[in-house]
Design a protein around this ligand. Structure first.
Ligand SMILES: C[S@@+](CC[C@H](N)C(=O)[O-])C[C@H]1O[C@@H](n2cnc3c(N)ncnc32)[C@H](O)[C@@H]1O
Length: 322
């Protein structure tokens, strides 16, 4: 039985009609850059697995999956509705991801792809046990944004990546995420990470040689013509600053619900008065935030000591009993 088929009907699951209906923090410049880097790996015949730490509702994961080859594995690691491993991380989860459930992630993902990725529902600290060293070509680090988590996540990304693999670090410079900034630049100054480029939201780097990929990226984006580009040197490291808010997005994964939407829209258009109302905004399509439940001592102990599959069974049993 598939994970989707096990879903109970009590909870209304998302059925996004387009990539833009999936909630998340994944903006046009980065959509274009993910496409560029993942396509380049395809054209240069660079093989390896894909890994995402922090998937939320699946937006970036849905895009990454589109570049997976048959002999490769795509792993996502996220807490989803499990307990966070510490108090600070729990506060972060309650504040930013209160509506997140694994089932919503799965429903979103299966709206665009036939199979789920390999899902590890656990803190990212399990990544070294779960993902083989040197096995990945692309790792997106976008889980906890607290220094004490991002620092080891970057170390684990390095272990997971093959020599010329690419790491993407989310929110390396946002005002609310100083820990990511610190961990990012520490990795550059002390850990051998070399910047390739940065957008407003993400840092793209490698522990391999950044120069050939940087030069090619610069040449190709310049040729496309709708990017703001600037070279800068930071502490002796050359990096390309990229702004692509108005750049043409790549071909995005198509939702299986699009056909229903098109049919419904055709019907609605046939009936709508000529002065029809504006369509629902993207923000309105997002679920309303609900407060995250406080964790009981039992759940906290369970998440600390049990494997995620057992923990989920315990959580489900408790939900049924409520
Ligand atoms: C910013 S969101 C990810 C956004 C997603 N990549 C996208 O582009 O839409 C961060 C995610 O990290 C997860 N997370 C937070 N702390 C974590 C931890 N310690 N281990 C694993 N996942 C964690 C949260 O559950 C949340 O889904």
């Amino acid at each position: 039985m598939t994970a989707a088929a096990t879903a109970s009907t009590a909870e209304e699951l998302p059925a996004p009609k387009s990539f833009y209906d999936v909630p998340g923090w994944f903006y046009n410049t980065d959509v274009v850059l993910f496409d560029w880097f993942l396509k380049r790996q395809e054209t240069e015949d660079i093989h390896g697995d894909l890994l995402e730490m922090g998937a939320y509702m699946g937006k970036s994961a849905i895009l990454m999956r589109a570049y997976l080859r048959d002999d490769e594995t795509f792993t996502v690691c996220d807490l989803f509705d499990s307990d966070a491993p510490d108090e600070h991380n729990e506060r972060e989860m309650s504040g930013s991801y209160s509506t997140l459930t694994r089932r919503s992630f799965e429903a979103n993902f299966l709206s665009f792809h036939d199979e789920l990725p390999r899902v590890i529902q656990a803190p990212t600290s399990v990544v070294p046990e779960e993902v083989k060293a040197d096995s990945c070509r692309f790792v997106h680090v976008d889980a906890s944004h607290l220094y004490e988590h991002v620092h080891p996540d970057i170390g684990n990304a390095r272990e997971a990546l093959s020599g010329d693999g690419l790491v993407v670090l989310d929110d390396y410079r946002s005002s609310h995420t100083p820990g990511v900034a610190c961990a990012t630049w520490q990795a550059v100054l002390e850990g051998g990470l070399k910047p390739i480029c940065v957008s407003s939201n993400k840092f793209y780097g490698t522990w391999g040689d950044p120069k050939p990929v940087q030069d090619r990226l610069h040449a190709e984006l310049k040729e496309r013509g709708n990017f703001w580009l600037q070279w800068q040197e930071v502490a002796g490291h050359r990096m390309l600053l990229v702004g692509g808010r108005k750049a043409t997005p790549p071909k995005l994964p198509v939702s299986k619900h699009k056909a229903t939407a098109d049919t419904a829209a055709d019907g609605a258009a046939a009936q709508a008065p000529k002065s029809g109302q504006a369509s629902q905004s993207k923000a309105a399509a997002k679920p309303a935030p609900a407060p995250r439940r406080p964790r009981s001592r039992l759940r906290k102990v369970a998440i600390d000591v049990l494997p995620p599959v057992v923990t989920r069974a315990v959580v489900r049993a408790r939900k049924r009993g409520r």
